[in-house]
Ligand binder design. Structure first.
Ligand SMILES: C[S@@+](CC[C@H](N)C(=O)[O-])C[C@H]1O[C@@H](n2cnc3c(N)ncnc32)[C@H](O)[C@@H]1O
Length: 313
């Protein structure tokens, strides 16, 4: 079955990457293949797009599209992008002209009733992108200490009721272990203040996002992949990154700051002893946000932020 995922900020991403015929790109987050197909069309038959996804659903969907459209310049890699360095060694003979990340989850994953990314209905409590997830979501909810659960909801979900929610979960699991999403949603609704329950954003959004981020160690994977980027990209090559979470954006911003700095010595050091030289320059003064029209058509885009940089040495 093929599914439809509206790619977020595609024209802006293409504009900063500016792909040309014959070039090589790595799409670290294949998803619904929106970016991958656009890049493959731009680089043409002499170019190549290596597209990674940890989720077999995304890989199978893209395989169908590639077969149906007889596309020959896309290589699909079922892996976690934290292994970017090894993936590039395996699938590329030379450094890439561009790398793109579009973090988070796809519409197909949200709609997948065999997993619990969505708070609609009552689905299995599984938020893993792939079989190599760090921890099972149900195990996390049933076994993590109260303080750890509260930290996850607070730090990864910015959930205002983090401690109360964790406390209710710990009390509920003593009576019955969590196996599906509905009992969790019920507890979230119980602890949510009425103003949040009446709002446009479902009160479970933050807690579900936190559990998904923890299940897949998404911040850890992003940090590992960013570490590999300088070696995988050629000089003049470009990086574009779309994030949906302030924690992810902070990681990217910090990475760009360090890679763009000529010295990483403490500010009060009288002379530079680190010898660090800037290897990237930001292509955007501020992160780009989606326009109102895109958000209207695709509410998933509402929290997107695009950052981009060019490798200069
Ligand atoms: C927002 S979707 C990408 C959508 C895509 N840009 C498009 O245009 O259709 C994110 C995808 O990244 C994948 N993903 C997230 N984290 C990953 C990781 N660490 N390694 C590999 N794939 C990952 C998810 O499985 C999901 O399919």
């Amino acid at each position: 079955m093929m599914y439809r995922h509206l790619p977020v900020m595609l024209p802006e991403v293409l504009s900063v990457l500016s792909p040309r015929p014959g070039q090589i790109y790595i799409d670290c987050t294949l998803g619904g293949a929106g970016y991958t197909l656009a890049l493959a069309a731009a680089v043409g038959e002499r170019g190549k797009v290596v597209s990674i996804d940890a989720d077999s659903l995304a890989i199978a969907n893209a395989q169908n599209i590639i077969k149906e459209k007889k596309i020959e310049n896309i290589v699909l890699v079922h892996d976690n992008f934290k292994n970017l360095a090894a993936i590039s060694d395996t699938y590329l003979d030379s450094p890439a002209d561009g790398i793109v990340f579009d973090l988070g989850l796809s519409s197909a994953q949200l709609d997948d009733e065999s997993r619990g990314f969505s708070f609609q209905g009552d689905r299995p409590l599984d938020m893993a992108f792939g079989s190599g997830a760090d921890i099972e979501t149900a195990a996390l909810l049933n076994r993590a200490p109260l303080s750890e659960l509260a930290r996850i909801f607070r730090e990864l979900g910015e959930e205002p009721q983090a401690y109360r929610l964790a406390k209710e979960i710990v009390a509920a699991r003593k009576a019955k272990a969590f196996t599906s999403t509905k009992p969790l949603v019920d507890i979230i609704l119980k602890v949510s203040p009425p103003r949040l329950r009446a709002g446009k954003i479902h009160p479970a959004t933050r807690a579900f996002q936190a559990l998904r981020l923890a299940t897949n160690d998404e911040f850890g994977s992003l940090r590992s992949a960013l570490k590999a980027v300088p070696a995988v990209l050629k000089v003049g090559g470009r990086l574009a990154l779309v994030s949906f979470h302030s924690g992810e954006d902070r990681i990217v911003k910090q990475w760009l700051k360090e890679e763009g700095a000529d010295c990483l010595c403490p500010p009060r050091a009288p002379v530079c002893v680190c010898g660090h030289k800037a290897s990237f320059r930001s292509l955007l003064k501020k992160p780009l946000l989606p326009g109102a029209e895109e958000v209207e058509q695709n509410p998933r885009a509402r929290s997107a932020k695009l950052r981009a940089a060019e490798k200069i040495r």
